[in-house]
Design a protein around this ligand. Structure first.
Ligand code: MTE
Ligand code: MO
Length: 438
């Protein structure tokens, strides 16, 4: 977005063509100056107004979308920079690939995925923030403050990836409803906190425990205080891993307000939705957790592959566990010109859910041939890995540089959209950038 500090009305008043591009990703016809919605912009617009808009691509440019016209709240997320806002109620924003180039994702570049309305945390005393442990399968109910967590348990710091299960959703055909993430709902900051396992050992877990879930301090978009926006969890085994943290710091500082200040769960390698923000309570369950967004099509995919567009009954949907192998090209930015006489240094990150990435390859001929990139080991388990390659272009012209990661079980990223599912999860198709060799 060109100017996130401006409200939607001001943005449209000053430059409707630019506003269209910022809000919807419209392509503007240079002659008529009329905007045309790109596929993803169209889907984003439909998602924002909660319905599909027939013939939206024929709508003249410069119209303020109805869903956004109701308020003049600024398109700015405090502490974030360069993110693309996909929705402002609730706030959801993703990071363009070239702004994810840092090895450790800085706070200003970490995407925001909110299911509800975040709590106002500005004036709270973080050390006094309480976390309650309950559920059928705890030995006793326990409440600990952040100060307790800090003083009673060993501190651990890990760099851990966080990726929304719906990252890449915008490419699904037929389209899936929800935030139209392209590639930017991923980040890999450094988190500090205590192990969930250490605290659960202190609380005491009964032998019938099977699942560990969270509740946060955010509220439902409807304003109904009895409704919970999201409460998800993981099987006990995943919760007890070394890297499953109750974290109070990100990159050595307070967690940003939109990313869960003052306390959140970080459970990496699985859909980001298991990593509860504004953490208020942890429940140990004797069954698969049944909180909001554990059922139906939420964070679940058809247990058996289905044809695109199939209506799948709830009983045939299975909960997503590990995220699949994936990679990004974070340098250079797509669309650059490059001198054909010199090698182009290309780099990015790769990750593979619970697994490790064993190789990354790049192609400049749409996958006809692949060259192996240099790949680093992760700094710790569940951190993304960096890769780089020097690309040579045989002659002037238009190229796409594709990256393709392979995990340690030999599974590589597909080049086309994999396995359609009703809510558009798990799109790990190869990322690519455009380069004009001149
Ligand atoms: N309390 C609470 N926790 C939450 C969410 C939420 O809306 N409320 N969103 C989840 C989802 S779907 C994702 S992908 C991650 C996003 O984390 P981030 O906003 O810090 O990037 O947080 C998860 N934890
Ligand atoms: Mo998510």
């Amino acid at each position: 977005m060109t100017d996130r500090k401006k409200g939607i009305h001001a943005l449209y008043r000053d430059d409707p063509v630019k506003a269209d591009a910022a809000v919807w990703g419209r392509r503007t016809d240079p002659v008529t100056r009329r905007g045309f919605l790109k596929g993803s912009g169209l889907a984003a617009m439909s998602a924002a107004v909660g319905a599909s808009i027939p013939f939206a691509h024929l709508m003249p440019g410069g119209l303020i979308p109805a869903a956004l016209a109701q308020n003049d709240a600024p398109f700015e997320i405090p502490g974030k920079e360069g993110l693309i806002v996909l929705n402002d109620r609730p706030v959801n924003a993703e990071t363009p690939a070239h702004l994810l180039d840092d090895r450790v994702t800085p706070a200003k570049r970490l995407f925001v995925r909110n299911n509800g309305v975040p709590p106002v945390t500005g004036s709270i005393d973080a050390d006094a923030w309480e976390l309650t442990f309950g559920g059928e399968s705890v030995e006793r109910e326990v409440t600990l403050t952040i100060a307790d967590l800090k003083s009673r348990f060993e501190h651990h710091t890990y760099q851990l990836q966080l990726e929304c299960g719906g990252n890449g959703r915008s490419e699904f055909v037929p389209p899936a409803s929800g935030n139209q993430w392209t590639t930017g709902a991923i980040g890999c900051p450094r988190w500090t906190g205590v192990r969930l396992r250490d605290v659960l050992e202190h609380v005491g877990v009964k032998t019938d425990a099977v699942y560990v879930a969270y509740y946060g301090a955010d509220t439902h978009v409807s304003g109904d205080p009895r409704k919970v926006p999201i409460s998800r969890g993981v099987p006990l085994g995943k919760a007890l891993e070394d890297e499953s943290l109750i974290a109070w710091a990100m990159n050595g500082e307070d967690i940003p307000p939109m990313n869960g200040y003052p306390l959140r769960l970080v459970i990496a390698g699985w859909p980001g939705s298991v990593a509860g923000k504004w953490l208020k309570s942890i429940v140990v369950r004797d069954r698969v957790h049944d909180g909001p967004k554990m059922k139906g099509a939420s964070y679940r995919v058809p247990c058996e592959p289905v044809a695109p567009g199939t209506v799948v009954p709830d009983e045939e949907m299975c909960i997503i566990e590990s995220m699949p192998v994936k990679s990004l090209v974070t340098f250079p930015k797509s669309g650059i010109e490059h001198d054909v006489a010199s090698l182009l240094a290309v780099r990015g990150h790769a990750w593979a859910g619970d697994r490790e990435v064993s190789a990354v390859h790049v192609s400049i001929d749409f996958g006809a041939t692949w060259t192996q990139a240099a790949l680093e080991k992760p700094v710790n388990r569940l951190a993304w890995q960096h890769w780089q390659a020097a690309v040579e272009f045989p002659q002037r012209g238009y190229y796409e540089v594709w990256a393709r990661a392979t995990d340690d079980t030999g599974r590589a990223q597909p080049m086309v959209l994999p396995r359609w599912n009703p809510k558009g999860y798990l799109n790990n198709a190869c990322h690519r950038i455009a380069v004009q060799a001149v």
